[in-house]
Design a protein around this ligand. Structure first.
Ligand code: GLV
Ligand code: MN
Ligand code: MN
Length: 397
């Protein structure tokens, strides 16, 4: 097994569940255990390391030119609940392989190389891509209710503000990631050169009906909020399929109240997440859902937007560079969009040129324990990343 695959599997054992999946949520004990493992390894490679106030890991390999801006490679160290080994961790360990290889080959880059391992990229009450949005200053931590949410993780508005960096100081941001879909695996293509990252838009939807006795309230007289919510979800799913081929819609979280077996739910709350590259499509879909909600009897619906991360293209120069590296190496590759969100998104929104490299996810499985990428693809993607960094060091973006 290669050094990179070994480190990846070692990190994957942190937060491992009995069923083989991994739960290493942002700010958890496992999260910081993984961070310390990588920190120790970075020190062995000769990197300067630091954990910032919101729990992001930063490693620096100094360059030879004091004027040159740093090349940043990053991804996240957290997983979803019952997630896999590769989502996020591949990007950070892959970046460390680049640094280790530079050391093996006795090369010093002209640019400093920074490796950033982000906290809480996965969705949470803090809104996902938390660590990278702190670094880029995209979070207003004083918004009503946010300080209380931060406090749940022993974090604070002061820490969020202190984690912000002057993002203009960085040359570019690269992220190496598994595809998490099945396009590469299905077509047998080895590498994806990412063209852009989709929007992620989320609404908290509340259905209000009326709570009542489950035994004495006849079916004709009910105002069951969960039934209303279920009808809206099914109608929205149908609409999503009609509206656009690449629009995706998910309800990943739902709760009812009061939440007892013998009480008709008076209220149901669900999150409606929609993703597409084009804002016009998600705007249209949201308008359609609101219209559908008006037709559902016995329920009132309320919509509150909780997440609006708009799509972003990758930098055309970096796409060309990565594409060129793959061509030179004879690696089959395709330029493709990302349906998953990434820490690269906030970096791009704050003006840093971004480039992303994907390797195949077997059967397109991700965000669960069976997530798997072949070891040879892990090493191949890391080599593309290494060659990309060497070229960037010569030419800049
Ligand atoms: C992140 O993994 C996302 O796409 O939700
Ligand atoms: Mn990820
Ligand atoms: Mn993920």
């Amino acid at each position: 097994m290669s050094r990179l695959n070994e480190l990846l599997q070692q990190a994957g054992n942190i937060g491992r569940n009995e069923d083989g999946s991994i739960t290493r949520l942002g700010f958890s004990e496992g999260y910081f255990q993984a961070l310390e493992l990588l920190k120790a390894r970075m020190k062995e490679i000769g990197m300067q390391v630091e954990t910032d106030p919101v729990g992001n890991l930063h490693g620096i390999l100094p360059g030879s030119d004091p004027e040159a801006k740093a090349i940043v490679i990053g991804s996240h160290l957290d997983t979803v609940i019952k997630g896999g080994v590769y989502d996020g961790m591949l990007g950070v360990t892959g970046a460390m392989e680049v640094a280790a290889r530079l050391k093996d080959e006795g090369r010093t880059l002209r640019h400093p190389l920074e490796i950033w391992g982000f906290n809480m990229e996965e969705s949470s009450i803090l809104g996902g891509t938390f660590g990278s949005r702190c670094v880029t200053g995209m979070i207003d931590p004083d918004l009503p209710g946010y300080p209380e949410k931060l406090a749940k993780f022993d974090c604070s508005p002061e820490k969020v503000k202190a984690a912000k960096r002057d993002i203009s100081k960085y040359e570019c941001y690269l992220e190496y990631h598994i595809e998490q879909g099945d396009k590469l695996d299905h077509t047998g293509i080895d590498v994806g050169v990412v063209s852009g990252i989709v929007s992620i838009i989320d609404y908290k939807v509340t259905a209000k009906g009326m709570s009542n006795h489950a035994g004495t309230t006849m079916m004709a007289n009910r105002k069951d909020a969960l039934v209303g919510m279920a009808k809206l979800i099914v109608a929205a799913e149908e609409r999503a399929k009609e509206l656009n081929d690449t629009l995706v819609f998910t309800v990943g979280k739902i709760s009812v109240s009061p939440g007892q077996e013998n009480v008709i739910p008076g209220q149901a709350v669900a999150n409606f997440e929609m993703r597409h590259m084009d804002k016009a499509v998600t705007d249209q879909f949201y308008a359609d859902i609101q219209a559908l909600a008006k037709e559902i009897p016995n329920c009132e619906f309320e919509f509150v937007n909780t997440i609006a991360k708009y799509s972003t293209p990758c930098d055309p120069r970096l796409i060309k560079l990565i594409d060129g590296v793959c061509t030179e190496k004879g690696i089959s590759h395709v330029i493709m969009p990302s349906g998953a969100g990434h820490d690269a998104n906030p970096m791009a929104h704050e003006g840093v040129p971004i480039g992303m490299i994907f390797v195949p996810s077997v059967k397109g499985i991700s965000h669960q324990g069976d997530e798997y990428t072949k070891p040879e693809h892990i090493d191949m993607g890391a080599d593309v990343l290494y060659q990309t960094v060497l070229k960037l060091d010569e030419t800049g973006v």
